[in-house]
Design a protein around this ligand. Structure first.
Ligand SMILES: Cc1ncc(COP(=O)(O)O)c(C=O)c1O
Length: 484
């Protein structure tokens, strides 16, 4: 059916709506099924994209088919694919199709999940899904939480609650503690909440990149003696750099003894508690005061799907308590059912729907197996890298992440750093697979995060062979050659 222009206002006919919908579904189904055959990276540079996409603000509309084609050709095909089975950079975002459809439904029905009577079913689903997460992490029945955009806002929300409940609004002399491996979302959250840089004490991590409890104890005693007010310890359940998990159980003991709030950034690693690989390292997670999660990472949801859990669900309403005259009649007496009192947003997307549907459609066992696949892939990647003989493993596979450096035959450390650093740009240029670097103790390292369950052993083999070939080419290039 051909599209008729000019259109009446903002409306489409029933047939046109179906046609648009079927076209969009076809695009997505092709993408899901053909993704592995495509390169990971074919991103254009800024100038090229500017030349293609820049145009005057349209006064008149165009056929939807052409606009969708432009999106597919110029936007999708010029982006790196973070859900591709050979994308190992940062935290791969391996979403799932039912979650994608749930996002379409949430947008389509435009569910307003802020006050109880406006969307009681949605509020109940969010409460239930939060409660399933509570059970997964072993928190007490009084615990609760809310869906947010992602890990950054989950951390910010938890720290806002910690400030409110623990400090009663008086931030003078208050200090929070974490390791130097904490995600920058935490530092940014603390700054946005009004804490000065010295009110977040970043302690040097230990040899395993974990928060050392003995050093923490010493720092807190010194700060108390100096008249400061230690109030919170912020731990990682899987750092982005290396997958290191801070000693949660020990920290929980320590915080309980000292009257400190224990917040855990579990944005990446917390779901690993569902596997036999992850559960031992994550022991203690059930004792936290607050936990930041990111279901768009290791629970396979489309971007955005963060969650913040609090040991006592009333703390959220105590923190985000501003009353609304307009919405008063629509709210429920049980404040925790009015999600506008659970966080920063009033009008908010129904994000719980995608996780709820995923739990129901796949079941927890399938999700746990998909998480376990990440552990197994990282172990295989480590074995393959060792077998190449030209890679030094810097941190072994843990929580599906490993880091490594190029090791030239002559042992030259400067050459190792140059090749390791320049490899990232070379991989991007090649496009077949992508892993990105990071810095550990001031040294460049390569890093692979293998949490995508669609990654096959062959993907790993071919990616590591490619890295070895590109590294050898870089080594052979004259010193100082700059790539990309
Ligand atoms: C450990 C950790 N915390 C927080 C974040 C921030 O999460 P988001 O990107 O969803 O805001 C990330 C993102 O990679 C992360 O890995």
């Amino acid at each position: 059916m051909s599209e008729s222009l000019p259109r009446q206002g903002l409306e489409f006919s029933r047939d046109e709506m179906r046609e648009i919908g079927y076209r969009v579904i076809d695009m997505l189904v092709d993408y899901y099924n053909d993704r592995a055959e495509k390169p990971v990276a074919e991103a254009l540079d800024y100038e090229a994209l500017e030349a293609i996409l820049r145009e005057p603000l349209p006064r008149a509309g165009m056929p939807w088919r052409e606009a969708l084609e432009q999106f597919e050709r110029q936007v999708v095909d010029s982006s790196n694919r973070v859900d591709h089975p050979r994308f190992f950079a940062y935290i791969p975002l391996a979403n799932n199709f039912i979650g994608v459809m749930a996002d379409a439904l949430a947008a389509g029905y435009n569910v307003f999940n802020a006050v109880w009577r406006q969307g009681p079913g949605a509020a109940q689903i969010e409460r239930l899904t939060v409660d399933w997460l509570r059970q997964i992490f072993g928190l007490p029945e009084a615990a609760g939480g809310t869906f947010v955009s992602g890990g950054s806002v989950a951390n910010l929300t938890a720290l806002a609650v910690a400030r409110e409940i623990q400090l009663q609004g008086d931030m003078g002399g208050a200090v929070a503690y974490c390791s130097d491996q904490i995600h920058f979302a935490v530092s940014r959250g603390m700054r946005l909440l009004g804490f000065a840089p010295e009110q977040l004490r970043k302690l040097p991590s230990d040899a395993g990149f974990r928060l050392p409890v003995a050093d923490l104890r010493r720092a807190i005693a010194e700060d108390r003696a100096a008249g400061m007010r230690p109030f919170c310890v912020i731990a990682s359940a899987g750092t982005t750099n290396t997958g290191a998990v801070d000693p949660l159980d020990e920290l929980a003991d320590f915080c309980a003894g000292e009257g400190l709030w224990l917040h855990v950034d579990g944005a990446y690693g917390a779901p690993a508690v569902l596997t036999e690989h992850g559960a031992p390292a994550l022991k203690g997670l059930e004792r936290v005061d607050s936990l930041a999660l990111d279901a768009h990472k290791w629970l396979f949801q489309p971007i955005e799907c963060g969650v913040v859990l609090l040991r006592d669900r009333r703390w959220l309403a105590q923190t985000f308590k501003e009353a609304s005259e307009v919405l008063k009649d629509m709210q429920s007496e049980g404040e925790e059912l009015n999600f506008m009192y659970q966080g920063i947003q009033l009008t908010r997307q129904f994000r719980a729907l995608k996780l709820w549907l995923s739990f129901k459609v796949f079941g927890l066992d399938a999700i746990s197996e998909a998480i376990a696949a990440g552990f197994e892939n990282a172990v295989l990647a480590e074995r393959l890298l060792r077998a190449e003989g030209c890679w030094e493993i810097v941190t072994p596979a843990q929580m599906a992440i490993l880091t490594f450096r190029y090791r030239p035959a002559n042992g030259d450390a400067a050459l190792a750093s140059r090749v390791t650093h320049d490899l990232v740009a070379r991989l991007l240029d090649d496009g077949f697979a992508f892993a990105a670097g990071t810095q550990l103790r001031g040294q460049p390292v390569m890093r692979m995060c293998c949490n995508n369950p669609r990654t096959t052993p062959e993907d790993l083999e071919r990616t590591i062979q490619l890295m070895t070939r590109l590294a050898a080419e870089l080594e052979a290039e004259p010193r100082g050659a700059v790539i990309g």
